[in-house]
Design a protein around this ligand. Structure first.
Ligand code: THU
Length: 176
């Protein structure tokens, strides 16, 4: 008989005033970064901000291109620049803020698959979870305790060695 495999991913949801000082600072940086996006084709502005454990903040925004696939998302702009400029430094949190250009408020956009994969690499590399903060509507903040939490069937270095792909952080229910 077929078995059912259920993956449960958890988010913590905070109201704006419940976020601590570091979170507030990082979300502000992500929103400001989004305002600098180059998105003449989608008119969808995304900002990402990376906070190192030493408090340094690195920002990125989506940068589009007339040859569409040559553009890059905000999260990868930010994480690749972080890896380039601060190799070996530990990343504490990444905040993401997204909105259509003329929309009055942010929408809770979750990083695309390619960005999750790119961020996961740095989480695995530092052997320490990276908290993800997603700017929601009305100041709400959606928090994922790790990147892996958003990518339960992750492909990682261990997979290259033939390890399985079952998640470590997501709760797994197997019903017979
Ligand atoms: N985008 C991001 O920057 N991050 C994501 O996680 C999803 C999408 C950008 C890519 C493109 O410039 C625009 O948003 C519309 O897809």
């Amino acid at each position: 008989m077929a078995r059912k495999l259920e993956l449960i991913t958890e988010f913590e949801v905070l109201e704006a005033h419940e976020a601590d000082k570091d979170m507030q600072a990082l979300l502000t940086a992500a929103r400001e970064a989004g305002a600098k996006a180059y998105a003449p084709y989608s008119h969808f502005l995304v900002g990402a901000a990376v906070m190192l454990t030493d408090g340094t903040i690195i920002i990125g925004s989506n940068q589009e291109n007339a040859a569409y696939p040559s553009g890059i998302c905000a999260e990868r702009s930010a994480i690749f620049y972080t890896g380039s400029a601060h190799p070996g430094k530990e990343i504490k949190m990444i905040a993401v803020a997204a909105k259509p250009e003329h929309a009055p408020d942010y929408l809770t956009a979750s990083p695309c698959g390619a960005c999750r994969q790119a961020m996961l690499e740095y989480e695995d590399k530092q052997h320490k979870d990276i908290k993800l903060l997603l700017q929601g509507r009305g100041g709400q903040v959606f928090i994922s305790a790790s990147v892996a939490n958003l990518l339960p069937f992750k492909f990682d270095a261990a997979a290259l060695e033939g390890a399985g792909v079952m998640p470590e952080t997501a709760e797994v229910k197997i019903t017979a």
